[in-house]
Ligand binder design. Structure first.
Ligand SMILES: *Cc1c(COP(=O)(O)O)cnc(C)c1O
Length: 415
């Protein structure tokens, strides 16, 4: 079941593949060959490891959530703190791996899509570090909604390019990035942000994110335990979850749970659930075959309180493993997510991202149903400072609104 890099085909059952403009096929093939070669090249691997250590701050800690465990009264809960990685989330693991590959391939210009801006920030960050030109394609609507992330991308020296077609959001940004790439592949590398898109991206992104699960395995041994009983991760496109799970796919005693965005309800447009709904179906969109919330090839609207899970497609390997039953899927509602942020902030002193809090909400549900001898590891994919606009509004609208008004006043007065 585990993907062997040498023998990777770009397919996971019927899912995956390479459904792109003809002109990109040789480019994707070149990237695939270079990737396979690099993953056997000790010099490349050493360089990657060194930058993971010195720049991301790896390994990230595995924290025993003592207080949360006691409060819930069941299985022991452990938290993998990807929130402590540089730029505040797991996305940097992939951005660094691909940027390093691109640089070694002689590419000098990196382009990337971003929705909420998290992948844009991670990409701009590593481009600053490696001295690569960086252009981030972002829907006009998202640029307006995600000003703080746009601000940091620009601070890192990236050019943020507004996309004004369609719904002016992530989907359109992906299409535009592909369109731009076709016109200029000689010096340009498209750095995709999740475990999806045409082959070899799902494999590459998984391998660069698999550092999360590899660390969990050795950290678990260090505390004198064999394997966790349950592992839980949130699922947007699928990069943090597949990176967390991939080292455990063959460990059949370990239950793997992916948590999607349950949003506000089960009607179309109120959630981003793709695996446990009959509203999703199989199609080839944005370069890959998978399950999508779609109709006739057009992606349907989605909603989630967390921007990072608000996407209509899911990585092909996750769709495959979900269908095979190796990964179980569940979902968390917006309201449960806010409760999970509050619970883990209060009991453990962490500020989990709204995305990650979907996984934490699942842990709150299942920990009390499991024996105290069992252990659960949750991937805290990112930190929630970025969510303050949403979280504070959900928790205490009045005070936050007053603060914003007063802050604007101070700003105008130049104070
Ligand atoms: C982007 C993001 C996600 C969702 O993306 P995946 O590719 O599914 O991991 C989850 N958590 C955080 C913190 C993110 O920034």
């Amino acid at each position: 079941m585990k993907q062997d890099i040498e023998n990777m085909t770009g397919y996971f059952g019927e899912y995956g593949g390479r459904y792109v403009d003809e002109a990109l096929i040789p480019v994707l093939k070149e990237i695939e060959d270079f990737f396979k070669k690099s993953m056997k090249d000790q010099e490349f691997l050493n360089e990657l490891e060194s930058i993971q250590k010195s720049f991301i701050g790896r390994p990230t800690p595995l924290l025993y959530a003592e207080n949360a465990t006691e409060a819930l009264g069941g299985a022991k809960i452990y938290l993998k703190l990807e929130c402590l990685a540089n730029t505040g989330a797991h996305k940097i693991n992939n951005a660094i791996g691909q940027a390093l590959l691109a640089k070694k391939m002689g590419r000098t210009r990196i382009i990337a899509e971003t929705g909420a801006g998290q992948h844009g920030v991670a990409t701009a960050c590593i481009c600053a570090r490696l001295g690569l030109d960086c252009e981030i394609y972002m829907g006009q609507t998202d640029i307006e909604r995600q000003r703080p992330n746009v601000f940091w991308m620009e601070m890192f020296g990236a050019k943020v390019v507004p996309v004004t077609c369609g719904t002016k959001t992530l989907t359109d940004a992906v299409d535009e990035a592909f369109r731009v790439w076709v016109t200029r592949t000689e010096d340009t590398y498209y750095l995709i942000g999740s475990a999806l898109g045409p082959a070899p991206y799902p494999d590459m992104v998984r391998e660069f994110q698999s550092v999360i699960g590899k660390e969990v395995k050795s950290q678990f041994k260090q505390i004198g335990k064999e394997l966790p009983d349950v592992m839980i991760a949130c699922v947007g496109g699928g990069s943090n979850s597949i990176g967390f799970f991939s080292e455990f796919l063959e460990e059949e005693s370990v239950q793997l749970i992916g948590v999607e965005a349950g949003g506000t309800g089960s009607s179309v447009g109120e959630h981003a659930v793709r695996m446990t709904t009959d509203q999703s179906s199989v199609n080839c969109i944005q370069g890959y075959k998978s399950k999508f919330l779609q109709e006739n090839g057009e992606l349907l609207p989605t909603h989630s309180i967390s921007a990072g899970l608000d996407y209509a497609g899911i990585g092909p390997q996750l769709a495959y493993l979900g269908e095979k039953g190796r990964i179980t899927f569940s979902s968390a509602k917006d309201t449960e997510v806010i409760e999970a942020v509050k619970f883990f902030a209060k009991h453990e002193g962490i500020i989990p991202a709204l995305e990650s809090s979907h996984a934490l909400a699942e842990a709150i549900k299942i920990a009390p149903t499991l024996d105290q001898s069992k252990s659960i590891v949750v991937n805290v994919s990112g930190r929630g400072d970025k969510d303050i606009f949403i979280t504070s509004k959900a928790i205490d609208e009045g005070k936050w609104f007053n603060f914003l008004e007063e802050e604007l006043e101070r700003h105008k007065l130049g104070q």
